[in-house]
Design a protein around this ligand. Structure first.
Ligand code: 13P
Length: 251
């Protein structure tokens, strides 16, 4: 049985005061981590404040990091620092970073290896544009992203990481992929992993769907055979909405 995981990706939203208020409102109300993993991925300057207040069941994640330990890379954040301040997760390869900061599959692969070196759980994002979907090339495109991102990883790492399938055309647009569509692509990702490793590894790996997930559609998405959770932007910003999402994942 794969434990569901709901992760909020706050992107570049919330001040420190707003972030603290959110955690104050939810941290005693999130369900037990034995039932669902509940995570919020936040801007770097508030990571430490939120880790200190995360409580027993909420975990805090970063939204990016560099693949080197240290160096002259102005504006970047290192894995040793994230580890040092108690961060649990890190989102890697989000389509916004790929699009606006030229993040390549090769860099994403290096970042995943680096996250594991420091005990951080990567949330690896993949997903196609509308153009790719309409050309009927979704599975091939996503397969290539997955193969390149996972290069050199062992089976135990595959089982530990979290993969998020986020079709770009469904992000922030209000257009959710139908649950069948999302499930079909996620199944195709599992097939890729089964071919690269074996079927036990593919079955054990957790794969989220992301793109306009909200309390109104989460149940249906999670009822699908291969969807193990959600990576949520807009609907994770409000405390009540976040609590509805994590509670919906409790079986
Ligand atoms: P929305 O839920 O706002 O569509 O964002 C999805 C996303 O990009 C999460 O990483």
């Amino acid at each position: 049985m794969r434990k569901p995981i709901i992760a909020g990706n706050w992107k570049m939203f919330k001040t420190r005061d707003e972030a603290l208020q959110f955690v104050y409102n939810v941290n005693k109300k999130v369900p037990s981590k034995d039932l669902v993993d509940s995570v919020v991925c936040v801007q770097s300057p508030v990571l430490r404040d939120l880790v200190k207040r995360q409580g027993d069941n909420l975990r805090i994640g970063a939204q990016n990091m560099h693949y080197l330990d240290s160096g002259a890379y102005t504006g970047e954040v290192s894995a040793p620092l994230l580890d040092n301040i108690g961060v649990s997760y890190v989102v890697l390869g989000h389509s916004e970073r790929r699009a606006y900061y030229n993040e390549t599959d090769e860099a994403v692969n290096k970042k995943i290896h680096q996250a594991f070196r420091y005990g951080l759980t990567p949330i690896l994002c993949v997903g196609e544009s509308l153009e790719v979907r309409e050309a009927g090339e979704t599975n091939e495109y996503v397969k290539s992203q997955v193969v390149k991102a996972l290069k050199g990883l062992g089976k135990s790492q595959i089982i530990e990481l979290v993969l998020a399938y986020e079709p770009i055309w469904a992000i922030g647009t209000g257009k959710t992929a139908t649950s069948e569509m999302a499930n079909e692509t996620i199944k195709a990702i599992r097939d890729v992993v089964a071919n690269l490793y074996n079927s036990e590894t593919a079955e054990a790996m957790r794969i989220q769907y992301g793109g306009s997930v909200k309390p109104a559609n989460i149940k249906e998405l999670l009822s699908m055979s291969d969807i193990d959770g959600a990576l949520v932007g807009g609907a994770s910003l409000d405390a009540d909405s976040f609590l509805e999402l994590v509670n919906a994942a409790v079986k």
